[in-house]
Design a protein around this ligand. Structure first.
Ligand SMILES: [Zn+2]
Length: 397
């Protein structure tokens, strides 16, 4: 098989290797990327690490050069799965990578195989020219399920360097994003006592108790309006699901809700959990003898960086030169793997930018696509940046 070395054919080849998560088996797409990097990039060190807990979640890391600056480019290789309802709405085969009206369509076409393809080609071009410093490409598994066994695992197990500059490929319309929210999810459960509805006073109504929790959380949400981040807005609290009761004629003995609490950068997850526990404890005192419990917290961190360094400023300049408009910085509303490299960046005093073509609103929907002109801008910005930061100075070549 001949390997595609042009941007759009490479993207099409990547889209044609499905990598939905769940289940998150990235062995095929990772093998393609590793083979491609080895065959096309002479001298790159290529590894394919995977965690013991999920050996099919294979990532790819390719490295060229040595010393500083260390630039790390990162894109994830898993995609969201195609839900049954969504499948009916696709007007093209989601894994055919069809081109229509100057767009490449397909699952993963924009999220996240478009930035990946641009990074792979920019990497190879830099390798061919020779670089001064280190360039690392990370094609990561597991982002769509939170990255614990993907980028977080890679970072915690010494697979990633403390780079001076991290570029995390996601959908920002090629602007520089330096913050996204985090989230804490929890289940709250009310327990009462069942009784026949003809005599409700003999029971303890779990739904009534939970109603007070819901109202308290609504008040809490309103109080969060004062916690504002300049790029991504406010912290929030939302009750997304409620379940309780079984029939008309019984006092319900259980009711549960699912709560989603968005954090802005610098919110302390432990403090936020304490706030939620305190609300539940306060309402519990009011609704006794109904009992309230708050269950295991699921935490996904926020991300925040600056672009003050010479590398950061150069990145902004490269966007400005290519787009001829303000490069940002902007906020990015969904989460990303950027949160998992923050500790590495802190070690090196490095900075992180989230950057790539397209919009996250197109990313998890039917008829996902990337605009080819916009993808071309992505690679032009990457080329320009690598050229300005890693190019060999005259006599070194
Ligand atoms: Zn993504």
């Amino acid at each position: 098989m001949t390997l595609p070395t042009e941007l759009v054919p490479l993207l099409q080849a990547l889209v044609r290797i499905p990598s939905p998560n769940p289940p998150g088996d990235t062995r095929d797409v990772a093998a393609f990327i590793a083979d491609w990097m080895r065959a096309i990039t002479l001298g790159a060190e290529v590894t394919t690490p995977a965690p013991e807990d999920k050996p099919e979640a294979v990532s790819v890391i390719a490295t060229i050069g040595k010393g500083h600056p260390i630039v790390l480019v990162h894109a994830h290789i898993d995609t969201v799965p195609i839900a049954q309802q969504e499948a009916r709405r696709w007007s093209v085969d989601p894994y055919a990578a069809e081109i229509r009206a100057n767009r490449v369509y397909g699952k993963g076409s924009v999220d996240d195989k478009a930035p990946l393809a641009a990074m792979m080609i920019a990497f190879v071009e830099a390798a061919q020219k020779g670089i001064s410093g280190t360039l690392v490409l990370v094609a990561a598994a597991e982002e769509e399920v939170g990255g614990q066994l993907g980028t977080k695992w890679l970072a915690d197990n010494g697979n990633l360097p403390a780079a001076d500059f991290f570029i995390i490929g996601e959908q920002t319309h090629n602007h520089a994003a330096i913050a996204h929210k985090g989230v804490i999810r929890a289940e709250i459960r009310a327990t009462g006592r069942a009784a026949h509805a003809t005599n409700p006073d003999r029971g303890i109504n779990a739904i009534t108790a939970m109603a007070k929790v819901v109202l308290a959380l609504e008040q809490y949400h309103a109080s969060l309006r004062d916690r504002v981040h300049p790029l991504i807005g406010t912290a929030t609290c939302n009750v997304g699901v409620i379940h309780g009761g079984s029939t008309f004629n019984a006092v319900p003995d259980t009711c549960t809700i699912l709560v989603d609490r968005r954090m802005i950068p610098h919110d302390d997850p432990a403090e936020v959990q304490d706030e939620l526990r305190a609300i539940v404890a306060r309402v519990a005192a009011e609704v006794a003898p109904a009992e309230l419990t708050i269950g295991e917290f699921l935490v996904s961190g926020w991300f925040s960086s600056t672009l003050d360094s010479a590398l950061g400023q150069t990145f902004l300049d490269c966007i400005r030169a290519e787009l001829d408009e303000s490069p940002g910085p902007i906020g990015y509303l969904p989460g990303s793997d950027a949160k998992h490299v923050q500790d590495l960046a802190a070690q090196s005093g490095g900075e992180i930018v989230v950057f790539g073509p397209g919009s996250y609103e197109v990313a998890h929907a039917f008829d996902e696509y990337v605009d080819i002109d916009e993808l071309q801008e992505t690679i032009n910005i990457l080329r320009r940046f690598l050229n300005e930061t890693l190019a060999l100075k005259g006599d070194e070549g």
